[in-house]
Design a protein around this ligand. Sequence first.
Ligand code: UGA
Length: 441
Amino acid sequence: MTTTISVIGTGYLGATHAACMAELGFAVIGVDTDPAKIADLSAGRLPFYEPGLPELLRAHTDGGALRFTTSIAEAADADVHFLCVGTPQRADGLGADTTHVRAAVAGLVPHLRRDALIVGKSTVPVGTAHELQAVADALAPEGVRVEIAWNPEFLREGRSVEDTLRPDRLVLGVTSEAAEQTLRTVYKRAIGAGTPVVVTDLVSAELVKVSANAFLATKISFINAVAELCEATGGDVTDVSRALGHDARIGHAFLKAGLGFGGGCLPKDIRAMMARAGELGVDQALTFLREVDDINMRRRHRVVEMATDELGGSLLGRRVAVLGAAFKPLTDDVRDSPALNVAAQLQLRGAQVRVYDPQAMDNARAVFPTLAYADSAADALAGADLVLLLTEWSEFLELDPAQAGDLVAQRRVIDGRNALDTDAWRRAGWSYRGLGRPRME
Ligand code: UGA
């Protein structure tokens, strides 16, 4: 008999998880409270950009292994339930809002007719799984036993399909042998030989996720702090980073200085982790994360300062081309996007900004409707006094600097991601500024 899986919450995480579980051969039912999202997904249309996912979604909605509904009652018969709803930053503070995870458990449990395993994948404040177990115990129908497990997700937007189908590790936070076995069976087809599986308690599993994101954020802010020193001394952070990364204990990954981190996860997660530490009375343990956040936000102001400086001290009426709106390449996600933040700051200071992004235009317009948007990179560059590369899409890295130079009013570029071929741009007569690097004529 085919195992049936329900996925509750079909945003970036849930839609990916649902399609990948169908790809692994399970019958999958995706549930979401948003009827527009469910209508799109049911028709095989992905409501956001994610490479490789539309193909999986279409194949399995057409093939019948994957269906979507707004009715949580329809998920009740599944063998395993995955919780993939969002935990956004709370409107009244820095902590994570767990309303949706609670609502999902409270919505599902009364419909259950047999014992069930609910597996949390959402990023939650430590202690949430135990609270959800209490909610489930209180609402479970007579004779039905509900077990909560925690199986944090480490997928990156833009690479979510490969990260789900071939994870670099699995973390299974469980309270029983049976739950561990069920999860091992579900993931058997995804785990390559040698993929590490860490079996642990609920609390530790929750902590792995927030700690991983906090570590990644810290690594990025560390190198961006070094970039600040480079700017004060004339050093070149790209060389420092390269040399540091050769130390196997440090490594090259997440050591790229630039405009810093954004998106729906890293900024929110470090704030939520600090808030939770405060609630637990151990706030001192994580005060350094405030610095990590501050260093990150300072990079955005620094780019605005650099732009002002490049344009002789005032942005008023100057034409600035902004290349990039998504928080990173390969996504259309603009949540806490450093690129859009900088574009908005430039505009507030009087610049005539024109933004272009290969995928994120609609989302950017929805968040910053008053910014001006170009139809193409060439359109953004036309007549610009200054060009800012803020999201390192390959389309921008492949621009021909000579051709780009013919479009602009002045050949000045600020590379907010230290990603352009510096020599090629300089040879084509551009003045080049990177973050944490000396100015290059
Ligand atoms: C992040 C984590 O990498 C995932 O493991 C995690 O599952 C996910 O959050 C989540 O919690 O859901 P994601 O937000 O998709 O994934 O983005 P990342 O690839 O981590 O990039 C985050 C930001 O850091 C981007 O703005 C990127 O431009 C920036 N970054 C990354 C740097 O500035 N420098 C680097 O060296 C690397």
